[in-house]
Design a protein around this ligand. Structure first.
Ligand code: NAD
Length: 498
């Protein structure tokens, strides 16, 4: 169902929008027990959207204890998979019915263009719930190949209480990549959205109740990482912690798990993905358009952003010009304008971080080709131009560190072996792309790349049917596809001698 709203329509909708601001514990919207709140500021124009409950350890304790009771009651965990499916499909229907509202919350809260909140975030989030729901009554357990006098049953059980800590760049979508399989498998979940984008998660929790999810199965605790996030990660009664966010925090969560109850920890972390363009790429214009989108989509605030553009030296200068031209269609604009492709940066801290990296690139000797400036300051919002650096050495900070903004580093190479070596010379291993018309070279390169996803002659492909996650310090485990269920279930062997 296409939404044909104008900027003015969206602005009017924003004025009358009911902004959720409380925690959801055991089916009840409530303030944090301390009464503390934090300001939720829109990066579009700096206005305060809501005073949101700032949860902490007592709220985590309450939510975990309710989640545990709910799990053990069997009200959700012991339902037949087909019954859980019915309720989760109802949730997906409700998300679809509320798609404009959810998209608006997402755009106001973190600044992304409304067109993508609708077409990417809400759509993919809904699909994640629907796909996981539809899968759960089609997954069978196993019987081991035993001697005739034995039966070895290998079954999967829900892990119990799951804490899901998610980031701000795709708030609803990252939450639903976790919630889909976690809930479908029968677990009780505590969702902690980022303090920079808490709104859509709270609304989702309300919709889940409306869909018939029993109270206490999905709890939502807005608040900061070092308060409620840490309390969940250190909690002795959380069985599994799933996380999407930075590598730095991911490492800390492994420490917390070791310091507490050895909860299972599944991490989706950062990236610095190489996009390799060979001179024989089948369509250089298409490759340039994709390279521009790979760094500017979602303002570059994407874990898989193609921030290292490795170009075969013989076409480097010409190809950079094509990318610079393509980036003209990714200039910042009002996020509620349906024509806008590049929105606002999530907050001032993130904007400062991007500006500092742009300065560092120049100081380290890279050549600024285009962009680099903060723009639209009069709006009161936080906007930055997509930026290209040429003459980048892979050891520079702009090539090694995750900027999480629309900053592209161009690195030339002469041979396939050199391209692979540069591409793999990073602590990350989330994604990579290779562009060539030579099928053998494409496969050789794809095989040699140490990354969880490799795209050939396009950028950022995939859907719910394929696993997503990282090698190396980009994380462990996988979101999406049937493989995601591994994170939310324990294997049990029941052995019987006849
Ligand atoms: P972040 O690590 O700062 O925060 C992520 C979440 O962790 C937030 O909810 C935050 O409150 C919480 N947190 C922070 N400190 C914590 C602590 N000590 N204990 C418990 N929780 C804590 O990340 P971010 O800035 O929100 O998101 C950007 C990062 O996310 C980037 O590195 C990006 O690459 C990564 N990301 C990865 C994927 C993926 O699938 N691999 C997808 C999207 C984003």
């Amino acid at each position: 169902m296409a939404t044909r709203k104008t900027l003015e329509d969206w602005q009017a909708a924003a004025k009358s929008l009911k902004v959720p601001q409380q925690a959801l514990i055991n089916g009840t919207l409530q303030a944090a027990q301390s009464g503390a709140t934090f300001e939720c500021i829109s990066p579009i124009d700096g206005h305060c959207l809501a005073q949101v409950a700032s949860c902490d350890q007592p709220d985590a304790d309450l939510a975990v204890s309710n989640a545990r009771t709910t799990f053990e009651s069997g009200i959700w965990s012991a339902l037949a998979p087909a019954q859980r499916k019915t309720i989760l499909l109802r949730l997906a229907d409700l998300m679809e019915a509320h798609r404009d509202e959810l998209a608006l919350l997402e755009t106001l809260d973190m600044g992304k263009p409304i067109r993508f909140s609708l077409s990417v975030d809400v759509n993919s989030a809904t699909r994640a719930i629907r796909w996981s729901a539809e899968a759960v009554d089609k997954i069978y357990d196993e019987i081991a190949p035993t001697a005739p006098n034995e039966i070895g049953m290998i079954t999967r059980e829900p892990v119990g209480v799951v804490a899901a800590i998610v980031p701000w760049n795709f708030p609803l979508m990252m939450a639903c990549w976790k919630l889909g399989p976690a809930l479908a498998a029968g677990n009780s979940v505590i969702l902690k959205p980022s303090e920079k984008s808490p709104l859509s998660a709270i609304r989702l929790g309300q919709l889940a109740l409306e869909a018939g999810l029993p109270p206490g199965v999905l709890n939502v605790l807005p608040g900061f990482g070092h308060t409620v996030g840490k309390a969940l990660a250190l909690h002795m009664d959380v069985d599994t912690l799933v996380f999407t966010g930075s590598t730095q925090v991911a490492k800390q969560l492994m420490v917390y798990a070791g310091q507490s109850n050895m909860k299972r920890v599944w991490l989706e972390a950062g990236g610095k993905s190489p996009n390799i363009i060979f001179a024989d790429a089948p369509d250089l214009d298409a490759a340039a358009d994709a390279a521009a989108q790979a760094v500017a989509f979602n303002q570059g605030e994407v874990c898989t952003a193609g921030t290292r553009l490795l170009i075969e030296a013989s076409i480097k200068d010409e190809f950079i010009q094509r990318v610079a031209k393509a980036l003209k269609t990714w200039q910042p604009g009002h996020p509620l304008d349906p024509a806008t492709t590049c929105g606002a940066i999530v907050d001032e801290t993130q904007l400062d971080r991007i500006i500092q990296y742009i300065e560092a690139g120049q100081q380290e000797g890279a050549q600024l080709i285009c962009g680099g400036a903060q723009v639209l300051k009069d709006s009161g919002g936080l906007f930055i131009e997509p930026t290209i650096f040429d003459q980048v050495d892979n050891q520079m900070s702009i090539a090694q560190e995750e900027i999480f903004g629309p900053v592209l580093s161009v690195i030339p190479f002469k041979t396939m072996e050199e391209a692979i070596a540069i591409a793999n010379d990073t602590i990350y291993g989330l994604a990579a792309a290779v562009w060539t018309a030579d099928i053998s070279k494409a496969h050789k390169t794809a095989k040699a790349l140490r990354a969880g996803s490799v795209w050939i002659n396009h950028y950022d492909g995939g859907d719910m049917t394929a696993p997503f996650g990282g090698f190396k310090q980009s994380g462990n485990g996988r979101d999406k596809s049937l493989h995601a269920f591994d994170k939310y279930t324990e294997l049990k062997t029941t052995w019987l001698t006849l």
